[in-house]
Design a protein around this ligand. Structure first.
Ligand code: ZN
Length: 84
């Protein structure tokens, strides 16, 4: 991990703690860009970083790579926060 980002993350954690909140981090290997946010199907075609948009072969939903990944990260963070 880049030291600058590590510092940013540590400071963010302290700031949140000051406000009675906590930082939840999603595992590095969580396949956020591979999972269809709609049905959960794992599509390995997005391992190619040049794929910016894709259609789920299972449910047919078309995803913007980054928006889909952001939704999956949000949901995984909520799941982790609620299970801790
Ligand atoms: Zn799907």
């Amino acid at each position: 991990m880049d030291n600058g980002f590590g510092m940013f993350r540590a400071l963010l954690g302290y700031k949140l703690e000051d406000r009675g909140k906590r930082l939840v981090t999603v595992g590095r290997l969580f396949p956020s860009s591979q999972l269809c946010h709609e049905c959960g199907y794992r599509f390995s075609g997005t391992k190619d970083l040049s794929v910016r948009e894709w259609t789920c072969p299972l449910c047919g939903r078309t995803h913007d790579r980054d928006v889909n990944a952001a939704r999956n990260i949000r949901d995984e963070g909520m799941r982790l926060a609620l299970s801790a």
